[in-house]
Design a protein around this ligand. Structure first.
Ligand code: 5AD
Ligand code: SF4
Length: 423
């Protein structure tokens, strides 16, 4: 979502004649689009800003902070970094063109706009800087009403609001008309998608999948409490909806899930996983995990380990709990020892590595359709993904980027598969 917001800001500025530079030293305007989901991301911002401070003494620069950190920190950013010129929150970044032009004319003034715009629809931004022609990201809804106790997103992104189905379908059609074959539908919580006419997410997915020429549809993120049979049956009924589901459990312990306010139990989660597995179709299943949530005991952590063992995720993202200011968990629970969190994270990741090695070993000899995404820096191998979101490396020509090819798996590691094009 943050990448997409950055592409929108870049698109708006380019449409007004500004140019993006790869060389930092040549830039007159610096815009930081920020994430605050964990502490590390936030700290990075201030270390970058510190580097610009000196440079701004020698030369007029415009420096802006946008996105989630801007939204929740607002004025406090100016206290820590008074040389910042503008701050735009998650619901005002689309004003970037006017803001930058105004500040060029009125250098020295400051603009802070972190208004939580409450209009019912997200802004329709058409100027998106497109880096690839074959793959596009499309916002369908934004915000979150779930308030998981550890999570800052409901505060940074505000309440849920959805785009109209017709606008989404139009946007996807425009991309497909100019050659896109993969579309990623994005929302903090795609299952909460609602069009005012009453269409829900499975309806939207079904409409998008009818677009001629569209080969692959992906979506993130689906909240386990809302994942249901209707959605699964749409996914199964359409060839162009990728058989990959990102279903973040966060923890395998009912006690911790309750404290996290996740609104499902381990058993309910596993039921949904079984529903997917029972389809008999090969799905890639991925998930997010938080270890070291306050009060997490060894037996809670073991429940998470046993969930990994039961589900057999094709990949996971795992994080140490990071207290986020203003969240329920930060206000009510004590953070635990960093060493325990780190130890659990390592244990979890090592176990998952073993699982992935086993899963990947079983794929040798199979043939997958792979969408080629990029070429390695050394120019030797291509990288692509199967519809299950497995990463595959293989030899081939750069001209295949953006095309779908058949690849036979010949080798593997924990993270990737290796293969040979068979056309
Ligand atoms: N600490 C650690 N991880 C977090 N996530 C969200 N909030 C926190 C936090 N406070 C993780 C969750 C979520 C992913 C995007 O980031 O696993 O699914
Ligand atoms: Fe955060 Fe929970 Fe909303 Fe996901 S569902 S964005 S983890 S509050």
């Amino acid at each position: 979502m943050n990448f997409l917001d950055s592409e929108k800001m870049a698109g708006i500025l380019e449409s007004r004649g500004f140019l993006m530079s790869k060389d930092e030293k040549k830039c007159d305007i610096f815009i930081f689009n920020t994430c605050s989901v964990r502490e590390k991301a936030e700290e990075k911002l201030f270390s970058y800003l510190g580097r610009l401070k000196k440079r701004k003494r020698d030369r007029n620069l415009l420096i802006g902070v946008c996105g989630c950190v801007a939204q929740v920190e607002g004025n406090r950013i100016l206290k820590r970094a008074p040389y910042v010129d503008f701050i735009l929150g998650t619901r005002s970044f689309h004003k970037i063109g006017d803001v930058v032009e105004y500040l060029i004319e009125n250098y020295g003034e400051k603009i802070i706009d972190i208004e939580m715009d409450s209009s019912p629809y997200p802004p329709e931004v058409k100027e998106i800087k497109r880096n690839e022609l074959f793959r596009e990201y499309v916002l369908i809804m934004e915000g979150c009403n779930n308030f998981c106790s550890y999570c800052i997103v409901p505060y940074t992104r505000g309440r849920e609001r959805s785009r109209r189905l017709i606008n989404i379908v139009d946007e996807v059609k425009r991309y497909v008309n100019v050659g896109a074959i993969e579309i990623n539908l994005l929302g903090q919580n795609v299952n909460s998608y609602r069009d005012p006419e009453g269409y829900d997410f499975p309806d939207l997915l079904s409409e998008v999948s009818k677009i001629e020429g569209l080969k692959r549809i992906r979506f993130t993120t689906s909240h386990p409490k809302d994942f249901n049979e209707k959605l699964l049956s749409v996914i199964l009924s359409r060839k162009n909806i990728c058989k990959h589901i990102h279903l973040p459990p966060q923890s395998g312990s009912n006690r911790v899930l309750k404290l996290m306010n996740r609104k499902y139990t381990r058993e309910e989660y596993l039921e949904k996983i079984n529903m997917i597995k029972k389809s008999g179709i090969e799905f890639g299943i991925s998930g997010d995990f938080i270890v070291g949530f306050p009060t997490e005991r060894e037996d809670d952590f073991n429940e998470t380990m046993s969930l990994l063992d039961k589900v057999k995720y094709s990949s996971i993202f795992s994080f140490k709990y990071s207290p986020r200011k203003g969240t329920y968990a930060e206000k009510n629970f004590k953070d635990m020892d960093e060493d325990i969190k780190l130890k659990r994270l390592m244990t979890l990741q090592n176990f998952q590595k073993e699982i992935q090695l086993k899963l990947n070993r079983e794929k040798v000899g199979k043939i997958y359709e792979v969408l080629v995404e990029s070429i390695s820096k050394k120019g030797e191998t291509l990288m692509g993904r199967t519809e299950q979101n497995y990463i595959v490396n293989f030899k081939g020509d750069e001209s295949l980027i953006g095309k779908i090819v058949s690849v036979k798996i010949t080798d593997y590691s924990a993270q990737t598969l290796k293969g040979k094009i068979i056309y």
